[in-house]
Design a protein around this ligand. Structure first.
Ligand code: PLP
Length: 373
């Protein structure tokens, strides 16, 4: 079995599992309880916050633990519309559904206008158009991700943040696919909101956070016991938070080594694909740009095989056609449609992690040739 779907989720690191196991055994106190057990859990949660904040160059008070990046995105969008008076939102058509479907829901509930910035064929934004949109509708909430989860396109978020500042607008960036893979500096980045989901970099599922710059103040999406300084009620996921902190520690300790390993594998994989399938299409130039762990390819008609993903699965190779859809269905990718890629061809996203090996790439190539040639 070969796992090449690491943009959907990653296997957990053994160090993370060990840390969580220890917490599950010894830290069952509720962090809000005043007794020894509670205080012990509280210390763990706050230490995790301090550790994560120091890695991403934020203040601990700017990190709010959530159940997921999806919750973080919803909290930020609803907060901006409800509490910051935002009526104009600028985004792109290749954002994750956590953004686009939330905007649909917010649009039904509030009188907001959503504008989409023009993209080129690689999914990069047209800055002149972004500026034009901001000229017309300042102040806005701009939502543009750091890296796209399907095609790997990377956005220059510091430049976007600067533009937003010039227009008195707020900036939410979805950093889910870059967190744990790139050095992140929230202080320099200058965004108002950013997101994290621990399972994307070998941490546990169900644990994430919302970064909110201390320049900004919003109200909670979830009311209750007042946890997370009143922004996100609900007893803290102590074990998940500790696991996320461990995943951060491990990811940033070994960042360069892992990045070199994964980028090296990606370039060998690309070379082999080009050699075996000369007319292969690398969507959004994913062969030589974007995230160092994503290759998104389409196989032209000569290699038509509409059941490609299923065939790879039958041969023990887990890949994806795009984002992991909750229903398990493979729908036409909104990302490929938005960049006008040819969606009729069988396409595959290979997403790598530090656990993948050259042997796995070779085995995958053998299977691809068997299926397609
Ligand atoms: N944003 C991006 C770019 C993602 O890739 C994902 C997960 O696929 C999410 C948001 C949502 O993350 P989660 O499902 O962990 O909430």
């Amino acid at each position: 079995m070969i796992y090449l779907d690491n943009a959907a989720t990653t296997p957990m690191d053994s160090e993370v599992i060990a840390a969580m196991h220890e917490v599950m055994n010894t830290n069952y106190g509720n962090p809000s309880s005043v007794h020894w057990y509670g205080r012990k859990s509280r210390v763990l949660v706050e230490e995790a916050r301090v550790e994560i904040a120091s890695i991403v160059q934020a203040k601990p008070s700017e990190i709010y633990f959530t159940s997921s990046a999806t919750e973080a995105i919803s909290t930020a969008i609803y907060g901006a519309v409800r509490d910051l008076g935002i009526r104009n939102i600028i985004t792109s058509a290749i954002e994750h559904h956590a953004v686009l479907h939330t905007l649909d829901a917010v649009h039904r509930a509030y009188p907001i206008q959503v504008s989409f910035v023009r993209l080129d064929k690689n999914g990069l934004i047209n800055f002149d158009h972004l500026q034009e949109l901001l000229d017309d509708i300042e102040p806005a909430l701009v939502i543009l991700m750091h890296a796209n989860n399907e095609i790997g396109t990377l956005y220059p978020i510091a430049r976007i943040a600067k533009l937003c500042k010039n227009y008195n607008s707020f900036y939410l960036t979805d950093t889910v696919q870059t967190m744990g893979k790139y050095a992140i500096n929230f202080l320099e980045m200058g965004a108002d909101f950013a997101t994290c989901s621990a399972h994307k970099f070998h941490g546990p599922k169900g644990s994430g956070f919302l970064y909110i710059s201390d320049r900004v103040s919003i109200k909670p999406l979830i009311d209750g016991g007042g946890q997370e300084r009143n922004l996100r009620s609900g007893t803290e996921n102590v074990c998940g938070i500790a696991g996320m902190a461990k995943a951060f520690e491990v990811a940033y300790r070994d960042l360069e080594m892992n990045a070199n390993h994964i980028a090296g594998l990606k370039s060998l994989f690309v070379e082999k694909l080009q050699k075996a399938f000369p007319d292969i299409i690398f969507n959004a130039a994913s062969h030589n740009s974007g995230l160092y762990n994503i290759i998104h390819v389409s196989f032209p008609n000569a290699y038509r095989n509409q059941m490609l993903l299923q065939n790879l699965d039958i041969h023990g190779i887990a890949t994806s056609g795009g984002s992991a859809c909750a229903s398990g269905t493979v729908a036409t990718s909104h990302v490929l449609s938005a960049i006008h890629a040819i969606t009729e061809m069988p396409s595959v996203r290979f997403s790598l992690s530090k656990f993948n090996t050259l042997e796995e790439v070779d085995d995958t190539m053998r299977v691809l040739k068997k299926i397609l040639l």
